[in-house]
Design a protein around this ligand. Structure first.
Ligand SMILES: Cc1ncc(COP(=O)(O)O)c(C=O)c1O
Length: 299
């Protein structure tokens, strides 16, 4: 493909920079299944510190990261999670939480701004002590930024309110933060502040942060120890993964500061598209981060 061609179909089609490719070549590696890969350990430490959590784990993809977290929180037979009807975990993960993790899902309507109404969540919570008919709610999942809602951002205040509700009922709160850094940059808060209310977070290096492969999950030490076992049973133990983590370290250190520019460009693109006859785009043109969804109407 010509170097003058810019593929805007998705932020997952981004390519590693020259500096990343060099870092991959130079990476110090070991066997990460044994915890011996120093570059992976460095990336995990950086991530845990950045997100203000006890520990982090490098995983091959966002899909596997979300699955590991759900499986970990819902390990008890007959567990249930509550999530939005438009979220990635529900729509695009091939039903992995049901088929592989055997978790029952209850969906609630996703609002246009990517939020789930507290009232809707609360209505579906089932804390079962002495009735064998029902599954038992263990987990609530949010997505930030929200893919199918066009990259909408959930605010710290909103997340705190869901966190309080979860605490009240003894539930865990997971964030599919595949594009966590886009939300951080948009809101102007620290990553740790944004994820404080969550028990686990998944975020991806391979989207707007342009690393070739890889995602991370964070949580308590105990959660991550168990997550590492689950990663292995799912086939995600990656041996000399330092070659990938080396690119990820550059992603984390250098790419977030460029995301504002991505957001400005996305807005500009939306403004231009909205002026083209036959191009259908959100009339409010509410592009908050790096996503622009439009359709072409053929006359
Ligand atoms: C919100 C969200 N979560 C999870 C994923 C899955 O990430 P991966 O493609 O690395 O499995 C994606 C992928 O686009 C996503 O948009």
């Amino acid at each position: 493909m010509s170097s003058s061609f810019i593929d805007l179909s998705s932020d997952a089609v981004t390519k590693p920079t020259v500096e990343m490719r060099q870092a991959m070549l130079d990476a110090e590696v070991g066997d990460d299944v044994y915890g011996d890969d120093l570059t992976v350990l460095k990336l995990q430490e950086m991530t845990a510190k950045l997100l203000g959590k006890e520990a982090a784990l490098f995983v091959p993809s966002g899909t596997m990261g979300n699955l590991i977290c759900a499986l970990n929180h819902c390990s008890q037979f007959g567990s249930e999670m509550i999530l939005g009807d438009e979220c990635y975990m529900h729509i695009y993960q091939q039903g992995g939480c049901a088929t592989l993790a055997r978790i029952h899902s209850q969906t609630v309507p996703t609002q246009p701004d990517g939020t789930l109404l507290l009232h809707d969540i609360e209505q579906r919570i089932r804390i079962v002590k002495d009735d064998d008919h029902f599954t038992c709610t263990k987990l609530v999942c949010l997505e930030n930024t929200h893919n199918r809602m066009g990259g909408k951002v959930l605010t710290v205040e909103y997340i705190q309110s869901v966190g309080k509700l979860c605490q009240q009922y003894g539930l865990k709160l997971h964030m599919d933060g595949s594009r966590l850094m886009n939300a951080v940059v948009k809101l102007g808060v620290s990553p740790a502040e944004l994820v404080e209310s969550y028990d686990s977070v998944l975020f991806c290096l391979s989207k707007g942060l342009v690393a070739p492969v890889g995602s991370l999950i964070v949580g308590t030490h105990e959660f991550i120890v168990q997550a590492k076992r689950l990663r292995k049973v799912l086939g995600g133990g990656m041996r000399q993964a330092g070659v990938l983590a080396a690119a990820g370290i550059i992603s984390l250190a250098q790419m977030p500061k460029l995301l504002n520019l991505d957001h400005e460009n996305a807005k500009l693109l939306a403004e231009g598209l909205s002026k083209i006859n036959g191009c259908e785009i959100d009339p409010k043109n509410d592009v908050q981060t790096n996503m622009v969804f439009f359709s072409i109407k053929f006359q």
